[in-house]
Write a protein that binds this ligand. Sequence first.
Ligand code: AMP
Ligand code: FES
Ligand code: ZN
Ligand code: ZN
Length: 301
Amino acid sequence: MKCKKCKQPAIIALRRHNAAFCREHYLEYFYGQVERAVKEYRMFARDDRILVAVSGGKDSLALWDVLLTLGYRADGLYIDLGIDGYSERSKEKVLYFARERGANLRIASIKEEYGLGIRELARKARRAACSVCGLHKRYLFNREAMEGEYDAIATGHNLDDEAATLLGNLLNWNTGYLARQSPLLEATAANLVKKVKPLYRLTEREIASYAVLRRVDYIVEECPMAVGAKSILYKNVLNQLEEVSPGTKARFLFGFLEEGRQVFAGEKEEVALKACALCGQPTTAEVCSRCRTLRRAGVTL
Ligand code: AMP
Ligand code: FES
Ligand code: ZN
Ligand code: ZN
């Protein structure tokens, strides 16, 4: 197996591109895909300040590494969800990365703010842990980015994540979500910061290879509360298709972004956003769902 570019021995084969690359040309390919994503969606400019949401997993740490390597002004944000064991171990990876690269890291802790971890908050509010977790992450990403005056929040969502979300949205005909699914979510209200997914063109396997090549030390275990999640099933199904027909995932997602998404444009409800009476973040109701769930869990706001 030889590198497509220089004919030296290759270290990785990418069946979907019918190509193999040596270390140097693989990294070049990888950075090229990120730059293309950033440019195509005008995610951010050279001198913008970016807040990278880092979980300690391979995707978000690889993203932080890429952005720093490409010379972007990227700080990290870690949210300590207070999940026994898992949170400590993932935080350790993030702290190590920041220390090693001399990068700025912000940390927000759910337990410090509310006295309870995500699991307990969800149980007391009688809600699914993952959905409560999602509400708090969204809130904290935005609050921290506003406070630090960042131009964009970047998450590590990859091609597999986005294709699995797309499949789920199609299987359930979530037309409103289909209208909105994109690697770029513009700030639609004054107190919102735009969200971007610069890794959406790269697969999980490609990102894991990048992390290994760049010696990014990440947490391999998944969040214990994600066990049995539908998204894992969708990813497995898509990987089976990819195995038989390389490039399926990319065609599925990119085709949707280029042609399919506009079909659902009419489903985008123009909702009037107002400030939540308790936290001030944009919501369609009087009180946002994060604050309502906190109240249900008995937390005084
Ligand atoms: P997930 O929903 O767990 O697949 O995570 C999607 C993205 O959200 C990751 O790639 C990160 O960018 C971000 N993220 C997830 N968990 C955290 C966390 N605890 N702190 C900061 N960012 C996170
Ligand atoms: Fe949110 Fe596991 S990361 S519930
Ligand atoms: Zn080469
Ligand atoms: Zn609120």
